[in-house]
Design a protein. Sequence first.
Length: 156
Amino acid sequence: MELIVAVDLNNAIGKDGDLLVHLKPDLKRLREMTTGNIIVMGSKTYMSFPKRPLPNRENLVLTRHPELYPEVKCFTDINQLLEYEKTADKTIFVLGGGDVYNQLLPYCTKAHITRIISEFEADTYFPDLGEEWKKVWEGEIITTEEYPFRYEEYHR
Ligand SMILES: NC(=O)c1ccc[n+]([C@@H]2O[C@H](COP(=O)([O-])OP(=O)(O)OC[C@H]3O[C@@H](n4cnc5c(N)ncnc54)[C@H](OP(=O)(O)O)[C@@H]3O)[C@@H](O)[C@H]2O)c1
């Protein structure tokens, strides 16, 4: 599994059920990376999408109330997801949110991090990557949007 996240300088990722900021190039990149693959997210992140499920990729939702999301495949615990991963022939990308990143980080081997060079008020955070994670790549700072940001890739 690989994870994709946009964090600010304090590892904040969300506020009031929404993203801190909607960076168009970042959302486009996420679409390109995940199209044709599999995405998994917590029910709160899933419900934050204006249009759902996200098209042209398999949407998996973690929830204890699968009856609320009949349009997608749901898992009521992490083990079910890990079993499903064994049979999957495509990459599973973890799309959050904070609760789900925390639980799935130990099962991820790559992290695609968008670092927003700002500090926001927030109520949801990305966990600290432990020492076993190494940054393998970092892009230039992109300044075309209201908030500057750059892409980073980490491997475990
Ligand atoms: N910056 C980013 O890249 C990024 C990415 C994603 C999300 N976000 C932000 O993060 C926030 C949402 O994160 P969050 O931590 O509040 O919620 P979340 O992780 O999206 O979803 C939490 C929900 O997932 C379900 N869940 C979690 N663990 C489970 C397990 N082991 N088994 C079954 N179900 C499980 C539960 O759903 P039920 O209550 O239905 O049982 C739980 O309430 C929003 O502000 C969102 O915009 C930011």
